[in-house]
Write a new protein. Structure first.
Length: 455
């Protein structure tokens, strides 16, 4: 399906406003918040005693405060705030969410062990009897214990080895228990935290912190998707088999240009039919968005993606987005190299058609296991021919040997590669290998724009 390339490029050109990544300011803000939490602990710690019981209790209070702060950060990173998704990048936000979750759970465990150990040492009692006393006698501790157990379950199912054995749907719905866990543990912090008891300013700040994170979650995870789908009324128009195991889904709706979607971005799609209505999966736009039509292209790689080939015309569609920072707004150089692999070809195909450029400015390198896996190849050839762009592919040899993306090969293909912007999208291994080769080939970090997909 070819779109009006010139019109799409004009629209893309109007949308280009080169922006710096918002990653650094966000990291600075998060660390500043952590420093403020530590300052709150210090202000309420009159003397740092060398006594073991006091030391354990003080460390337990500090880890508890930092765990509570970490939970708020986890909520913020769950909210899919457009400013973060588009300026920082959805894949990076997802990694930060996972990392902050691990930190928060580790701090929670440390808090429980340290504070109980401190009380047990002070009372000259055993650890387990003291733990039972803390859970049963302290206010809001039963709820906090249940919440902590839920956090541990969520952390367990999110661990790499376990996560890979679970279906996306199972992991997703277990992950929703995070909201319950946050609610249960929040009240314990205010009821027993030394820093909050009798300190109205600290309690107010904590309410504001959690209230803001909760408000962002409700607005962007609930109300915004409801408004979007009521306004645009999307439905499946048709499905097109592009290659063995590869299908495109054409989606129609009302005033789709008002979605604000750009080539390179993706939505989280839910198809309201049997077997699919409870699954929400991310798929990139594989062609420039039109006022009346969107297209995604998916390779069968599981039950959900395989079922898309059987979608009936008229099936209602529920979408959330658009997300992703790998758009034309990242571009700062005249020439562009795009490196794609696996599912990463879909956003690259849309960018290949719409990124403004003169003949010779654009190059697309497509990595696949074999020639038959080069999805959308006919369209890519047509775009390359019409635009005077270079289209290259790298597939495994007959003996299965993988052609490596090396600095030497990149400089051979593009002697002026250091003057290119580079977009990389594909599996994590490809993204990592490409990034390292590009840096060694002389491409500045600020000119490499990447998102990783494990599909």
């Amino acid at each position: 399906m070819m779109h009006n390339g010139r019109a799409a490029r004009r629209q893309t050109l109007r949308a280009i406003r080169p922006q710096r990544s918002g990653a650094l300011p966000l990291l600075v803000a998060c660390w500043a918040g952590a420093a403020a939490v530590m300052a709150l602990w210090w202000e309420n710690t009159a003397v740092v005693h060398m006594d073991l019981a006091e030391w354990l209790t003080g460390a337990g209070r500090l880890t508890g405060l930092l765990a509570g702060y970490g939970i708020a950060i986890v909520m913020l990173l769950m909210a899919r705030v457009p400013a973060l998704e588009r300026r920082v990048g959805s894949d990076r936000v997802a990694r930060w969410h996972a990392m902050s979750g691990r930190y928060a759970i580790s701090l929670m465990i440390a808090h429980a062990l340290l504070i109980t150990g401190g009380y047990a040492t002070q009372a000259n009692s055993g650890f387990l009897p003291q733990l039972v006393d803390v859970v049963t006698d302290f206010p809001r501790m039963i709820e906090a214990t249940i919440g902590t157990v839920l956090f541990l379950v969520i952390g367990f199912v999110s661990a790499g080895m376990v996560r890979r054995k679970l279906s996306y749907e199972t992991w997703y719905y277990l992950h929703l228990l995070t909201y319950v866990a946050v609610y249960l543990t929040f009240w314990h912090q205010l009821a027993t935290g030394t820093e909050f008891v009798g300190n109205a300013a600290a309690r107010t700040a904590w309410y504001v912190l959690y209230g803001a994170a909760g408000a962002l979650l409700v607005w962007y995870r609930m109300l915004t998707p409801i408004r979007l789908n009521l306004r645009h009324r999307m439905r499946v128009e048709s499905t097109v088999h592009e290659a063995p195991g590869v299908v495109s889904v054409l989606i129609t709706g009302r005033r789709l240009h008002r979605l604000g979607a750009q080539p390179g971005q993706f939505f989280r799609w839910r198809f309201l039919t049997d077997g699919l209505r409870w699954s929400s999966n991310p798929y990139s736009l594989s062609a420039p968005p039109r006022p009346d039509l969107l297209r995604i292209t998916v390779k069968a790689n599981g039950e959900h993606s395989e079922a898309l080939a059987r979608l009936e015309p008229g099936t209602p569609v529920w979408a959330e987005g658009p997300y992703g920072a790998m758009t034309a707004a990242r571009r700062s150089q005249e020439k562009v190299l795009m490196i794609a692999g696996g599912a990463g070809i879909t956003p690259m195909r849309a960018l290949f058609e719409t990124l403004p450029g003169e003949p010779g400015d654009l190059t697309l390198l497509y990595r696949a296991n074999k020639t038959e896996d080069l999805a959308l190849w006919r369209e890519l050839r047509e775009i390359a021919s019409a635009r005077g762009a270079r289209l290259l592919y790298a597939v495994n040899g007959p003996d299965g040997v993988r052609p490596e993306i090396t600095p030497e090969r990149l400089r051979e293909l593009l002697p002026d590669i250091g003057d290119h912007d580079v977009y990389v999208c594909g599996p994590t291994g490809l993204a990592r290998q490409s990034y390292e080769a590009l840096r060694e080939a002389g491409v500045p970090t600020r000119h490499i724009h990447h998102e990783s997909f494990e599909m």
